[in-house]
Design a protein around this ligand. Structure first.
Ligand SMILES: NC(=O)c1ccc[n+]([C@@H]2O[C@H](COP(=O)([O-])OP(=O)(O)OC[C@H]3O[C@@H](n4cnc5c(N)ncnc54)[C@H](OP(=O)(O)O)[C@@H]3O)[C@@H](O)[C@H]2O)c1
Length: 268
């Protein structure tokens, strides 16, 4: 097998591919030659993403409207993505709601179980539906987008921590279970990544505190101690996804890459 970063002839499904990190990953995989299917709940958002990707070059893009909370819709979506090109090589779990902020001890029970259901169990629903369909000849990949909250203590993000830590644990088990079929399961934990949800949060905080959005962002970099001194661009998370999707990761299984500017680096 020639080790190559190109993804020509492969098909990828990206949940949450209509915006943010999911869209950046879809663009990056498409630029490497993959046919990309974008899954999300909002048709208009997916169609705008499709136009953006198609403007970047030739290649195939499919939009699939589905809610990852709905087990039957997920199964239908995976079948549709598989039938589209007659194969499914790469499945990226990225769809998630905005996770609640505040002390964990005060988090509403429903908030916690809804978050776990949408992200952790949502990823499992997609992975389960994908496994029977995904290529077993060496190109099969499942990539779960967790988050740095899984790896380090930061005040007020306990809900995200529990959800993402569960995604990391699930990635380890799915990797072990899928390895005999030749399917590689890995994850990425992004650090602070400048997507629209954060741009909106920064604008709101800036207005409330009479600051600029840049000052809000810089303050978070300093408070969190992000070693590279800045937020990530979504494309920087996507670069790690291209590596994990490609032949270059052919001996990587059960790992979660921390793409966080050194935010969560421990000594060993
Ligand atoms: N940005 C960061 O700093 C950061 C840091 C660590 C981890 N992450 C993780 O990275 C992933 C992407 O985050 P992002 O910042 O790019 O957020 P985003 O732009 O809000 O992307 C989330 C996407 O998921 C879709 N989605 C949400 N709930 C869904 C559902 N039930 N079924 C199907 N699709 C659903 C959304 O589209 P619809 O609403 O139209 O369905 C949206 O396109 C998430 O898993 C997040 O936890 C982000």
């Amino acid at each position: 097998m020639t080790l190559d970063i190109r993804l020509d002839g492969r098909t990828a499904l990206i949940t949450g591919g209509g915006s943010g990190i999911g869209l950046a990953m879809a663009e990056a995989l498409h630029a490497q030659g993959a046919a990309v299917a974008l899954l999300g709940r909002t048709k208009a958002k997916l169609e705008a993403a499709e136009r953006q990707i198609a403007a970047g070059g030739e290649g195939r893009v499919l939009t699939v409207v589905a809610d990852v909370n709905d087990v039957e819709a997920v199964a239908d979506a995976l079948r549709e993505a598989h039938q589209w090109q007659g194969r499914l090589d790469i499945v990226i779990n990225c769809a998630a709601p905005l996770l609640a902020v505040g002390p964990l001890a005060e988090a509403d029970e429903a908030v916690m179980s809804d978050a776990l259901n949408a992200k952790t169990v949502g990823y499992l629903r997609v992975a389960r539906a994908a496994l029977p369909l995904i290529e077993k000849g060496g190109t099969g990949r499942i990539i779960n987008i967790a988050g740095m909250a899984a790896h380090m203590l930061v005040p007020n993000i306990g809900v995200a921590a529990a959800v993402n830590a569960a995604v990391v644990a699930m990635t380890s088990y799915l990797a072990a279970e899928a390895a005999p079929q030749g399917v590689l399961v890995n994850g990425i934990s992004p650090g602070m990544t400048l997507t629209q949800v954060w741009l909106d949060r920064h604008a709101a905080t800036a207005e409330a505190k009479n600051l600029t959005p840049e000052q809000v962002r810089d303050g978070m970099v300093e408070n969190l101690g992000i070693r590279l001194g800045r937020w990530a661009r979504p494309e920087e998370i996507a670069a790690a996804a291209v590596f994990l999707a490609s032949d270059l990761s052919s001996y990587v299984s059960g790992q979660v890459l921390q793409v966080d500017g050194g935010l969560g680096k421990s000594v060993i």
